[in-house]
Design a protein. Structure first.
Length: 351
């Protein structure tokens, strides 16, 4: 079963490509004026502004989601990839777009209603469900149980943000009893310190980052930790959005898989990234604040580094400049190679 699933996943990946770019157009909000963006086919996004220099322009994506597409439909598109993490694939899903375009809504969603939950909580829940399903299958099949028999799974969660090219731990004070191995919770007062990244071969490690070890979806515990972490994100008001995220928060679910009978161990990361707003400094009027300017420069640096890395990967270039920013260093293990990357381009449909 495991081998068959891997094979199907590989075939699907070859068909769809290992970097997939989706567009998500959010509904217009009150006072924003009429939408100038439509989705004439499931893969095309048309921007029509008659009388302007741009006129009509069409953009092709792997998939386009309109204002009527709910959180569930969006998650269904990435779900097979989330599942493949337990088969050892490295996966990265990120949301890119201007401030207020729906990145946080896509990744985190809203906790107001169950149906409004975004990719992050749905992905975590799916991972834990799958682990439970596999345990149940193994128990039913007894010993042996084919290739999937005997595997043990665990998930280690961490949550950090990249702010002005510094890495900050957002889970800093998880209960010590559940904080994982070498990465114990930092002491009070030190939790906002910048952390270093170490790359060892194909694995990327953030030194001193707290983690929450889980083999079940302890809904309250996990959600509470994430909620608290989310509350620590660096947020500022810009002209475009009253509470704009100025950092790149990244939720990481490292899946650990072990087959003790054969002394096999492997791990695969799932990176879920809500990129900071891509707006131009002038338009968002953050330039008046000294920190705003610095933030905008750091955001631009990492977004353009990410753009360069994606372009080099698409070209299959020999050298990919992962080291150009903290963001690309952090994601190096799940961009390119055998990994699967999803990029959501979030847009606001008003002129
Ligand atoms: N698909 C959607 N359906 C309904 N409401 C949405 C959708 N996308 C975004 N919104 C709403 O639009 C507003 C702005 O979205 P959000 O905060 O996710 O933007 P953002 O891109 O993360 O902004 P920033 O970069 O400034 O953090 C929020 O009130 C959000 O609830």
């Amino acid at each position: 079963e495991r081998r068959r699933r891997r094979l199907l996943q590989n075939q699907l990946q070859e068909l769809k490509g290992s970097i997939r770019v989706m567009c998500r157009v959010r509904p217009t909000a009150a006072g924003e004026g009429a939408a100038v963006v439509t989705i004439p086919t499931p893969t095309d996004v048309l921007v029509a502004q008659p009388g302007t220099r741009e006129g009509r322009r069409s953009f092709a994506f792997d998939q386009a989601f309109g204002p009527g597409s709910g959180q569930e439909a969006v998650f269904e598109e990435v779900e097979p990839c989330v599942e493949s993490v337990l088969d050892g694939f490295n996966v990265c899903i990120f949301a890119y777009g201007q401030t207020g375009s729906g990145k946080t809504f896509t990744m985190e969603g809203s906790s107001r209603e169950e149906g409004l939950a975004g990719i992050n909580p749905r992905a975590l829940r799916r991972l834990f469900e799958m682990i439970a399903e596999r345990k149940q299958l193994a128990a039913m099949g007894g010993r042996g149980g084919g290739e999937s028999g005997g595997w043990e799974y665990a998930v280690s969660l961490s949550y950090l943000e990249i702010y002005n090219e510094n890495l900050r731990d957002l889970l800093g004070d998880v209960p010590a009893a559940r904080a994982g191995g070498a990465a114990a919770a930092p002491k009070k007062g030190k939790e906002r310190a910048s952390l270093d990244i170490r790359s060892t071969g194909e694995q990327v490690q953030v030194l001193g980052l707290s983690s929450l070890q889980a083999d079940l979806y302890f809904a309250d515990e996990v959600e509470e930790a994430l909620r608290r972490g989310g509350g620590r994100r660096s947020v500022a008001a810009t002209k475009c959005n009253a509470s704009s995220s100025r950092s790149h928060p990244t939720l990481d679910a490292e899946s650990l898989q072990a087959l003790p009978s054969r002394r096999e161990r492997r791990h695969a990361p799932l990176h879920l990234v809500d990129l900071a707003g891509s707006e131009r400094v002038k338009k968002s009027d953050v330039s008046g604040q000294a920190t705003g300017m610095l933030e905008a420069q750091a955001i631009n640096k990492s977004l353009s580094a990410l753009g360069n890395v994606m372009a080099k990967l698409q070209e299959k270039a020999k050298h990919v400049p992962f080291r150009d920013s903290k963001l690309t260093q952090l994601l190096a293990d799940s961009l390119g190679g055998n990994s699967k990357t999803f990029m959501f381009v979030n847009i606001n449909p008003s002129a």
